[in-house]
Design a protein. Sequence first.
Length: 319
Amino acid sequence: MSKVKVAVIGSGNIGTDLMIKVLRRSDVLEMGAMVGIDPDSDGLARARRLGVPTTDRGVDGLIALPGFDEIAIVFDATSARAHVANAAKLAPYGKKLVDLTPAAIGPYVVPLVNLDQHLADDVANVNMVTCGGQATIPMVHAIARVTPVPYAEIVASIASRSAGPGTRANIDEFTETTAHAIEAVGGAGRGKAVIVLNPAEPPLIMRDTVLCLIGDADHDAIRASVAEMAASVAEYVPGYRLKQEVQFTPVPEGEPVHTLLPDGAGPVVTKVTVFLEVEGAADYLPAYAGNLDIMTSAAVRVAERIVTDTVRAPAEVAS
């Protein structure tokens, strides 16, 4: 069965890792173009060596490429501001957009939580939230499907070396987008997100901490739900794992947790803490860059499902 062609906009760390994953690991996607604005970028140089069509003229150059009409899906791995312009330029051409920036023009998508819903709605532009969101929102959801979560807070710690210019330029958008998605996708009543660029040498693997406040609940059911979710994420991100057992800590009497809760929230009696580690596949940057791996692996999973559910399937039915 023929593969479906995709383009990657952004020749930095995320875009280059994404290109390599499509080339090495996907049975349904084929690189149709690698797009950048710096002709000397390593991503464009690698694409040329690998025989992938390239342009250093951004989206305008992509639209002008001879094979543009054959490209069905466009990944955008630039920046939040750039994606707004890119999406506007691509809108007339009917491409499916997978947005790896915090722009969030389209709905947030975390594959194991809400992808089916957005595929059914045939959404044209889906947003991959952030690396921290892809790592932690499945855990918030895993807890929320057992018991209400009035408040959830995540801390994503990534190696400073793995954060390129686009990531650094989007720190504010990272925290805002992730916090909103913790609520909208994860199911928390209120969400908060923090990102830490860890300068340690040698670089440390991505670590994530998820803290949820809950009322009375079945702790064993939460443990089982979290373990099941971790195993499911690891199916497409093999380096994703629980760092230790889920922790349950009573909320001390008198602790002012009510200041964190949304209006109308019930009483909370327990802090649930989940510790995660994400080791990268080292497709581009070394294994410490799990933040690249969780984001690009999730994006590939989404694009593959777009192909099988909304691009290829209708054509097969028609034939």
